[in-house]
Design a protein around this ligand. Structure first.
Ligand code: GRF
Length: 317
């Protein structure tokens, strides 16, 4: 769906039509973000939105009816009582509506989450947030999405092996410490570990980092290192398969779809257990560059949400 949306945003027709397409593309992107955040498919998203709308109307209606029974005159007290009533009734009404629409489980969890936030029982205080290191050596667009996504964690370190890489500017803009490493330091037994321990890193996210992760690091962070690959693994992965090379191979093979794979990192390139995949169509007109654009949008839409999900599980384990 996001690929279809991307096509809309690229269209340039007459001003009015172009405006319509822009609005449509904006809504498509919003839908994709909500789907990723709430981890639902398109049908469930529509049902969730319908539940919100119907639940909201029901609690407004019920609030008014209850106040009518009290015989109170409309005025400031009436409005205050109405707001109070609606706030109290809202969870009930939404839960009620969610039953026939098959969304009870979603809303039960949603309301529990809001309740936790309101009662100030945040799962972890800022000082106790999980600390993640992002390893990146390219433009850093994924790193930036992760930093700005509002995930319940602290991006404490950017590890990079390429002086002048765009990701270093992004780190500087967000005042995140960087570690520019060279091969000697990185692959020297477990010598790199203390660098991460110094920053108390709990979790490692690879986002455009081309070096193989040394075994001591994998052993020190079991199931705590993840990578994103710009294709549907297990196809088009492995040594030398990165950037446009992946997209060139996908197009040359005449694939009708490509996508992204988020996976745990093990000792073999692009091989660890797959956590999440999302696909998009490859059309006859696609070039490695246009496909790369579609893939990047998929990555930006999903990588932060998947990381947030994994960190939440870690917090509870
Ligand atoms: C992404 O396409 C990712 O799949 C791959 O490297 C690229 C990094 O892009 N591993 P950016 O530097 O985040 O823009």
């Amino acid at each position: 769906m996001s690929c279809i949306c991307n096509q809309f945003s690229d269209l340039k027709f007459y001003p009015f039509t172009a405006l319509n397409h822009k609005i449509l593309a904006h809504f498509c992107r919003m839908f994709e973000k909500l789907k990723a955040r709430w981890k639902v498919n398109t049908i469930n998203l529509i049902l969730v939105i319908a539940t919100f709308a119907l639940g909201g109307s029901l609690c407004g209606y019920a609030g008014r009816k209850i106040l009518l029974l009290t015989g109170l005159e409309k005025g400031a007290t009436w409005i205050i009582l109405y707001i109070l009533l609606v706030t109290l009734l809202w969870p009930l009404c939404v839960l009620l509506i969610s039953i026939p629409l098959g969304q009870f489980k979603f809303f039960k969890n949603y309301i529990i989450k809001i309740g936790r936030k309101m009662s100030g029982r945040r799962e972890k205080k800022k000082t106790n947030l999980l600390k993640i290191a992002v390893f990146a050596s390219g433009a850093g667009s994924n790193a930036e999405k992760i930093i700005t996504a509002g995930i319940n964690c602290e991006v404490s370190l950017i590890v990079c092996n390429k002086p002048g890489a765009g990701v270093l500017n992004i780190a500087a803009n967000h005042q995140i410490p960087t570690l520019l490493t060279d091969k000697e330091r990185f692959f020297n037994g477990d010598h790199f570990l203390p660098e991460l321990q110094k920053h108390q890193i709990d979790f490692i996210v690879l986002a455009g980092f081309l070096w193989k992760i040394p075994v001591p690091l994998i052993q020190a962070y079991p199931k705590k290192i993840i990578n994103i690959h710009p294709a549907l693994l297990p196809k088009y992965g492995g040594k030398g398969m990165y950037g446009n090379k992946v997209h060139e191979a996908v197009i040359a093979a005449g694939e009708k779809e490509s996508g992204i794979s988020i996976h745990y990192v093990d000792e073999i390139y692009d091989h660890g257990e797959i956590i999440f995949q999302a696909a998009c169509a490859v059309t006859e007109n696609d070039t490695p560059e246009t496909l790369a654009k579609h893939i990047h949008k998929l990555e930006h839409a999903h990588y932060p949400a998947v990381i947030a999900d994994l960190l939440q599980k870690q917090n509870h384990s």
